[in-house]
Ligand binder design. Structure first.
Ligand SMILES: *Cc1c(COP(=O)(O)O)cnc(C)c1O
Length: 388
């Protein structure tokens, strides 16, 4: 048994500035969506380096942001949306919220990202949109996605839950020409607001609809245009909207996490580099690097796969790591293996050979900014022992 304390798989890094800002919010009397949520949106656009056309819409989860984006694009019953089977269920479930259908496709085993050729093969006359996921924080080959979208007249909504900050050909994810991009601030993501997300778009109509639907379908802007003076108590309901607004308490965390994000990424990069160096002689497939020179990987996840000649099973490696007090995880149990998705679309593992094989051989090592160098070495020692 291990004498040292258990090393968790993930931990958020919350500093005194975040805590003071939350306390300030609590004392201010304005605890729900207000001035800090608005400032968080503005600073998010500034962080990305977006121009005036870029809008950021703060929401209470990435799931909410993805739902709002697809709703604003008019996705509904009879439509199909293509995404990867190798993702978290949130990416796909929002399509079902709207009564549309999900077409799950396989990944490219080199990147673990959605395979553009598989997208092309899955397109039908009902296909309306593609949802690429920048898996682990490595950018999807977006030129290939845009080429397919252009050829078939499809919308593109990026699930960027892992991809802050990630670049594709030197441009931050969030600035590409997709219809919408959605980030997550869930507790284990590269920055956190506890729960939270950000929908980013250059489409003014999409933004206007998402803002209305974010808060009960309330519209004050439409009224403003025709009336010189709107009474403060007056509003109109223009649709049965949702309750997806981000609180100022959460935004208070976000304001400071955003300031620290570049530093967080640098530390993550350092840990990833140390893992790469220390694990390179083992029978493992290490995480793929960006294709394009100088691109940034967010290193949300450090995923290794056992190579074909590894003498032990993935489950045995995980058991050994836990026995040594190391928290690890698996990202993901592919959607095609979950009862709901499997039964709804009659899916078989043979339809997704690359995702299936990756799943059977993968595990995610701990990688977060609060890990000390000693923690990193402890993980390395335990992985070497597990594979011995
Ligand atoms: C975390 C995650 C989400 C959902 O994010 P929430 O903010 O928890 O709603 C969506 N997609 C992927 C790929 C994720 O990892």
């Amino acid at each position: 048994m291990s004498q040292t304390p258990f090393l968790p798989f993930a931990l958020p890094e919350i500093g005194e500035e975040e805590i003071a800002e939350v306390v300030d919010t609590l004392r201010s009397g304005w605890v729900t969506t207000g001035p800090k949520a608005r400032r968080f949106e503005q600073e998010f656009v500034a962080f990305l380096g977006g121009d005036d056309s870029l809008q950021a819409i703060a929401v209470n989860s990435a799931t909410a942001g993805l739902h709002l984006a697809l709703e604003a694009l008019g996705i509904g019953p009879g439509d199909e949306v293509i995404t990867t089977t190798h993702t978290f269920t949130a990416t796909a479930e929002v399509v079902r919220y709207l009564g549309a259908d999900v077409k799950l496709v396989d990944i490219d085993p080199a990147t673990l990202n959605i395979d553009p050729a598989a997208i092309e093969a899955a397109i039908t006359p009902r296909t309306k949109a593609i949802m690429p996921v920048h898996y682990a924080g490595l950018a999807v080959d977006m030129d290939a996605i845009f080429a397919i979208a252009d050829r078939h007249g499809l919308k593109v909504v990026e699930d960027a839950a892992h991809a802050l900050p990630t670049t594709y050909k030197q441009q931050l994810v969030g600035l590409l020409r997709s219809d919408a991009v959605v980030f997550s601030f869930y507790a284990n993501k590269t920055m956190t607001t506890g729960e939270g997300g950000m929908l980013v778009t250059r489409d003014a109509q999409l933004a206007a609809r998402a803002k209305v639907m974010r808060l009960h379908g309330i519209n004050r802007d439409a009224f403003d245009r025709f009336t010189a003076k709107v009474p403060s108590w007056y509003y109109e309901i223009v649709a049965p909207g949702f309750k997806y607004n981000l609180t100022d308490i959460a935004a208070a965390l976000g304001l400071h996490q955003l300031k620290r994000l570049k530093g967080f990424q640098a530390r993550r990069e350092q840990i990833a580099a140390r893992y790469d160096e220390a694990l390179s002689d083992l029978p493992l497939i290490l995480p793929p690097r960006p294709d394009h020179e100088g691109d940034v990987h967010s290193w949300h996840l450090y995923v290794v796969r056992l190579s074909d000649d590894t003498p032990v099973t993935r489950d045995a490696v995980i058991d050994s790591l836990f026995a040594d007090g190391i928290g690890v995880s698996v990202h993901y149990i592919p959607l095609h293996l979950h009862p709901y998705w499997k039964e709804r679309y009659d899916l078989k593992p043979e339809q997704f050979p690359h995702s299936q094989k990756a799943y059977e051989r993968m595990l995610t090592l701990p990688l977060y900014t609060r890990m000390t160098d000693d923690d990193v070495e402890r993980v390395i020692t335990a992985v070497r022992k597990a594979l011995a």
